[in-house]
Write a protein that binds this ligand. Sequence first.
Ligand SMILES: *Cc1c(COP(=O)(O)O)cnc(C)c1O
Length: 481
Amino acid sequence: MDEPTLYKLSAAGRPSAALPECDVEESELPSCLMRNTIGLPQLSEPQVARHYMRLSQRNYGVDTGLYPLGSCTMKYNPKASEIWARLPGFSLIHPLQDPESVQGALALMFDLQQRLEEIAGFARVALQPAAGAQGELTALLMIRAYNRWRGEGQRDVVLVPDSAHGTNPASVTMAGYIAVEVPSDERGDVDLEAVKAACDDRLAGIMLTNPNTLGLFEERISELVELVHECGGLVYGDGANLNALTGITKPGDFGIDLMHFNLHKTFATPHGGGGPGSGPVGVSAALAPFLPSPVVDRYQAAVGEHPIYVLVSPEHSIGRMVAFHGNFGMFVRAWAYLCRLGAEGLREAAMHAVLNANYLRVELSEDYNIPFDRTCMHEFVCEGTPKGTSIRALDVAKRLMDYGFHPPTNYFPLIVKEALMIEPTETEDKATLDSFVRAMRQIANEARADPRDLRDAPHWTPVRRLDEVKAARDLIVSEET
Ligand SMILES: *Cc1c(COP(=O)(O)O)cnc(C)c1O
């Protein structure tokens, strides 16, 4: 962009703030902490305000428009949750405070643990992990500790379906396990024969995403779980897709032994650039003693007495996963969301998420091939090459930006060629979905008529098509260059 940078606007001696005269005695800082100049641009306050406002207007987020990024559940983040999180009793406390002085915060954490246990059917939940991926690692470390404790430390293999999110095999490797890929069958489910073949006394477990990343509910989930359990393995649930299930079915009920939640997906806390993640883990009773430490517990000396909340360490805890207790501000937001929706609201949210995805799946199937075309859950995957063309998913994704939409996830899952993974979430209305369908149809028409506009899209965004690898690796964070 040729708009002037702050450094070019800078003029020597232009102050941005007029500080009152110092009325206390000046003290000398150690010289090692002092610099003569740090070379900041010199600008007036309005210039700085306008600069940052301009930058903010270039952002695209869930507050700007549809964000159908499959697997990420980019639903609207209610502003009421922000108000709750900013209450001074939550936002101004410190993790090293005496638990007696933060009973309200601990009560909220305890209640959130309980709500998550109830929603997903687990005996215990620990809130600590700072993201879904860290929840995966936490769970795998728990599986290892549990197996060692019961004298089955030789179990060193974890199965990962070929449709899994990339964090799954990465977490397996980080936890010191051997990741073994299992294929999907022709219906998009995990191939049971392949699982059966891997069931022996080296199997520590399987990482299962259900609904899987094709947006499909594993049709033979009970058989699958039974197979793994019969040979002494554990079933880990990747809970990123829980948004399709809340209030309808519980992973704990269909045999999942442990699972991570993504508060920033399912429970509407800000996501990506908007805020830190939070990936609590839920476990069955057998695994509860291995949870990370500390977890919040509640004691009641006698009936009618005020309960007391304490931080406790489970008996065989794997220890800490983060410095303190996790991303507390996200606990408040998720808790606020759960309180406002209630059980019935959560169920409705899941049903609308599934309805919206199926609506888009059917509307788009005329122009885009859908390889595993059956009723989907909260998302679906189509081939991003419009029928009868050789346009790539990347071109469609880039062109969508010209039409004012954030592109869907592309090239994932790996088992669909030119994949576009579309997840509208329940917070979009029919008019928005229809305008997305119109844009996707228009792009398919362009691809058939004259694909040139597609091949070098986007045309109307602040920057054109980037070398994405270079842009991510070679980040220019200073305007001065
Ligand atoms: C998002 C996601 C993860 C990882 O969660 P983060 O919170 O981003 O670390 C894992 N699995 C699936 C299927 C996901 O969509």
